[in-house]
Design a binder for this molecule. Structure first.
Ligand code: FEO
Length: 170
């Protein structure tokens, strides 16, 4: 059975992951309002990944005879000054989430919760990817600057992102 401290911390992390999905869905709406459908597609995939992350934590508590507790989600930001600012915010958010995962890893070690520790290793690796993928887009958009043509090309490229199979489907 999962311990109370770990259960509370993972329930909090479920909220963070769902808030990530909420934030990225808000970016989807923003990109659509700017007619940047490719970027909207990229962020839709990102939001789907966040839901999958939330479910991994959800299932971990469930499988260990714990009790999932869903919390209220904060209202996400609605507008950004530019696509670059939106992707910068996404990258900053991923860095915040990495910090939260690291806190959970520390707690699992303190609590000698090896099952949580093993589960969390997947997230440690995933966060490297999450930070890297958002930073790559930030750098691409910085290079493009004010070029309208460049933005159209980037939008087309980002629109090719498709959902990765979830772990259960692999
Ligand atoms: Fe679930 Fe993007 O971290």
């Amino acid at each position: 059975m999962i311990g109370k401290r770990m259960q509370d911390a993972i329930n909090e992390q479920i909220k963070h992951e769902l808030e990530s999905a909420y934030l990225y869905l808000s970016m989807v709406a923003y990109f659509h309002s700017e007619s940047l459908d490719g970027m909207a597609q990229w962020m839709t995939v990102q939001a789907q990944e966040e839901l999958a992350h939330a479910m991994k934590f959800f299932n971990h508590i469930d499988e260990r005879d714990g009790r999932v507790e869903l919390k209220a989600l904060a209202q996400p930001q609605k507008e950004w000054a530019s696509p670059l600012e939106a992707f910068k915010a996404a990258h900053e958010h991923e860095r915040f989430i990495t910090g939260k995962i690291n806190d959970l890893v520390k707690l699992a070690a303190e609590e000698k919760d090896h099952a949580a520790g093993i589960m969390l290793q997947w997230f440690v690796t995933e966060q490297v990817e999450e930070e890297s993928s958002t930073l790559k887009v930030v750098e691409l958009l910085k290079r493009i600057g004010d070029s309208g043509h460049g933005l159209i090309m980037a939008d087309r490229e980002l629109g090719t992102r498709i959902a990765a199979p979830t772990e259960n489907e692999e």
